[in-house]
Design a protein around this ligand. Structure first.
Ligand code: OYP
Length: 575
């Protein structure tokens, strides 16, 4: 059942063996009729094996497979990976459905089984405002925070309200002007349909949260509104309000955070975006093509994990439906909302930080490290390109176009996905200039490695202490600040079985993976050119320097940021 063209593959038992010796070749480099026929047949075979399908409207298309069992052996998990994936989940026993915990300490009863240093830190500090602020920068969703130069019209915070949170001798107006005020706005959640679990409605809010970069305390939240429409039922919560009211307001923001982080930052913006690269690459590029050789290691296992995600996590009876407030229709509507506004620029870290006005926030380790990694990846692609450019890659562009190349294949898909909204995702022109191709390849590699690590690897750390990032809310947002009680908080937070499942799944996905291949390590020698080896060595050297920089900078930190440590980033999305 293995493909039989320019690279030779066998299945020995269940072990894949692949040989891809030889020089990278474009169509225009192959001249013999026999080789040309091989290329053509290879692509025809691949296009029959790997087909596009729309799993749902309004989100990226994906691989046509009902379950992972439908996938071609070439893109399946190897044995070790599969048995580990299927074996590590025995915590799913649903105990005492619908039962609330009695008090916050009770969450520990579930907590003692699985824990990590950061999740324990979380348990101790989750109520603190500066910890809340820290998570906007270096938590599992570090792409939400944006500078606020002018208060949004639907968030009527007055200077008086927040005066007490500011440093002495300043005002909200001055701080807005100075660029020290930030916003997280969950407008994207507005109107998302809510789940019903065992007959009980779950609740969603679309909060706004204003933050201040305090000269001594760092980033802290100073005002929260739990809905997009201001009014008597959506009071503005402040740190000086009754402590339980302020706490519950922050919990509501963190609940939105769970949804946006898992479904948008993680699922849509890494898993599903990279799947587009997988399918395009398999369909459009023969294995001898340099871009295929460059990307293949960064696409390993992604099709299978995404299939499993669709069937077990997101499906009508999947984990989301069973325990998450956006389960069912909600998750799709949320993803569709985001996909309408997802831009190609926002997948490029420099542009992302610049657009959010987040370039000068202090202690923003995610920003600092992701830019270093982007630079290293971008240089890697540039160097690869520079030895291939005249030789292989860009000779006779017009001929490439006749080949229905990968890049035009991608473009074609984007166009299909965005009917009428081409500019959101498409690279600027139908045929990529060398610079644009380097950027596109960097987006593919950065997203499948660093960006996925930044959102995936911390999920247990930030979600295991469930009150810090609850997956659902069982009561509507509070409307009266003076009426918030501990009992109400306990009845709102996830119940016993929802808690256990959130812990189990985030553990399953966030722990280090067996059979992981770290960024820049290539088991198979796709390129045999000696220049290619030099380029790879240089990339590894740079990653090593980044590793050392991060380790030194984090030494002795109470809360280290190691999710972007190159040795902990996988080459591809495998989980
Ligand atoms: C697939 O046996 C994946 O139940 C994870 O998904 C978990 C399973 C299946 C369940 C296996 C089982 C991988 C790919 C993905 C993704 C991004 C979104 C992740 C969301 C995690 C949400 C945790 C939910 C907690 C309640």
């Amino acid at each position: 059942t293995a493909l039989t063209f320019p690279c030779y593959r066998w299945l020995i038992g269940n072990v894949k063996v692949e040989l891809r010796e030889g020089t990278a070749m474009r169509l225009s480099d192959d001249t013999s009729p026999q080789l040309l026929a091989h290329r053509k047949a290879e692509l025809q075979e691949r296009q029959a094996v790997y087909r596009w399908v729309a799993w749902a409207p309004g989100i990226p298309k994906c691989i046509d497979a009902k379950t992972e069992a439908d996938l071609h052996q070439d893109v399946r998990f190897d044995n070790e990976k599969r048995s580990d994936f299927e074996g590590s989940l025995h915590y799913k026993l649903a105990i005492r459905f619908g039962k609330s915990w009695d008090n916050l300490d009770d969450f520990k009863r579930c907590f003692w089984k699985l824990r990590s240093p950061i999740s324990e830190y979380c348990m101790e500090h989750w109520k603190e405002d500066s910890f809340f602020g820290y998570q906007c920068l270096n938590g599992s969703n570090p792409r939400m925070i944006q500078r606020c130069k002018k208060l949004p019209g639907n968030f009527p915070v007055s200077g008086d309200m927040v005066q007490g949170s500011l440093a002495p001798r300043t005002t909200l107006k001055k701080e807005l002007k100075a660029g020290n005020i930030y916003l997280v706005d969950y407008a994207i959640m507005d109107g998302v349909p809510t789940n019903v679990i065992r007959g009980k409605p779950q609740y969603i809010a679309a909060p706004l949260c204003l933050l201040y970069e305090h000269p001594d305390q760092g980033l802290i939240p100073i005002a929260i509104q739990l809905g997009q429409t201001p009014g008597l039922d959506t009071p503005i919560f402040l740190p000086k309000n009754p402590p339980l009211a302020w706490l519950l307001a922050k919990i509501w923001v963190r609940h939105s955070e769970f949804q946006v982080f898992q479904l948008l930052s993680h699922l849509l913006r890494t898993h599903l975006v990279v799947e587009v690269f997988c399918v395009s690459t398999l369909r459009q590029l023969p294995a001898v093509h340099p871009v295929y050789k460059l990307l293949a290691p960064h696409l390993r296992y992604t099709l299978e994990i995404n299939c499993r995600g669709r069937t077990q996590l997101l499906s009508a009876d999947g984990i989301f439906k069973r325990v998450v407030s956006t389960g069912g229709e909600g998750l799709l509507v949320l993803a569709q909302n985001e996909y309408k506004v997802l831009t190609y620029r926002s997948l490029q870290p420099y542009q992302d930080f610049q657009q959010r006005g987040a370039s000068k926030l202090r202690s923003y380790f995610y920003r600092e490290y992701s830019l270093m990694l982007w630079d290293a990846i971008h240089r890697y692609n540039t160097h690869h390109h520079s030895f291939m450019t005249t030789e292989i890659l860009f000779r006779r562009l017009s001929e490439e176009s006749r080949e229905r190349t990968w890049s035009s294949g991608l473009k074609y898909r984007y166009v299909e996905m965005h009917i009428g909204k081409i500019s959101y995702f498409t690279p600027p022109s139908p045929f990529l200039s060398p610079t644009e191709l380097i950027t596109l390849l960097s987006v593919a590699i950065f997203t499948s490695s660093a960006q996925h690590a930044a959102t995936n690897n911390g999920q247990f750390d930030w979600c295991a202490w469930v009150p810090n990032t609850p997956c659902t809310m069982r009561h509507p947002p509070p409307t009266d600040k003076d009426a918030v009680t501990m009992e109400m908080i306990m009845d709102t937070l996830p119940d016993v079985s929802q808690t256990c499942l959130e812990m189990a799944i985030t553990w399953h996905l966030g722990r280090p993976q067996p059979d992981a291949i770290p960024l820049g390590q290539y088991r198979e020698q796709y390129f045999t050119e000696s220049q290619a080896q030099e380029v790879i060595d240089k990339f590894r050297q740079e990653l090593k320097e980044i590793e050392e920089h991060i380790l030194t900078q984090n030494e002795g930190l109470e809360l280290p940021y190691l999710f972007l440590l190159p040795s902990r980033i996988e080459n591809s999305i495998t989980i």
